[in-house]
Design a protein around this ligand. Sequence first.
Ligand code: F3S
Length: 397
Amino acid sequence: MIRLTPEEKEMLAGKHGAAARKSMEILVALGNIFGAGTLVPVKSAQISGVSYHNLGDAGLEYLSELAIDGRVRVRSTLNAAGMDLKDWKKLGISDEFAKKQLMVIDAFKKLGVEITATCTPYLAGNTPSFGDHLAWSESSAVCFANSVLGARTNREGGPSALAAAIVGKTPCYGYHLDGKRSAQVGVLVKANVNSIDGFSALGCAIGKKTGDRIPYIRGIGAAGMDELKNFSASIATYGGCALFHMEGITPDKTRIPTESVKITERDLDSARALLNDPDCEADFVALGCPHASLEELGAIAAMLDGKRVRIDTWIATSRHVLEQARKMGYIEKIEDSGAIVAGDTCMAVAPLKGKFRCMATNSAKACFYGRGTNGFKTRFGSLERCVKAAVEGKWRA
Ligand code: F3S
């Protein structure tokens, strides 16, 4: 059984209010299931389960009840919402959906959560340091925080991340412990990987081979922030991986496993084939999964400068990065082309089912959720190829 401090016992007894009691009940139950000895204080929480599309009225009711007397005790940021929170009409969102989504946001505001509405909190001011304990949900952000930043978080669900935010602590088990962060399987990459879509396909290929084991990946010469962001999203989606080690790139020390698998050009080709539906002509281009960085928006703006898109094109990003990009003149160039910069949301959490048939993207994760959540067929390729498809109005050259 988990050991509680006197203050934690008081919370569980309801002496700090109903929201704190409910949150402690969740954390104690989780801690007992996973054999945690104690709760550990967290530096921040990243809370998913924001889109009204996924929450529905039951989720809204739960949040509204917590917000009656609940207040977060640590810095807490929010995952992507179901719409652009400032300009949802440009996305074709109905007034009815917008009203409910804003009620969800209002409940989070009352709880003291920052309305960052992004899956890349680390690009929006919530950037953990090495060794920080966190309670983050959103699989791509969890994988990035654990692996690239060397912070420590389990893959929380929305309710447990929110409970941790309200208590300021999370059960100490799993990735919070040194002994649970060692690599479990070696991966030797014998392929040339040097683009965002290349890292996305690589995450898919490795995830399919190694599952949720912690890989120690060798053979990668260099990887930039955007490449690691996409890789984290992809390996988390296709393998359930929450932590990877990449030789010479990620900061955690680990033992090197004896068992090893190889990833070859053929594996990458298979991953690309898996992500491409044959005979599907793109009628939607979706970029920014995970949410686009300033550098990605700059690259897209340069490619679209002076051009017009011929099919619906969304670039998803956080409000934080969007405002930076506006100052740089990127947003104007993108919007002048007819493409939409979708702040606060993305193609997976917005209610897009039935609106498009075939989505072109440079993100393996977007393919997974575009198919699963919205029933799209998918085309997968480089950023350049996706932008070309948007401008030419067809995927095939
Ligand atoms: Fe982010 Fe949406 Fe992709 S929440 S990781 S852009 S599916």
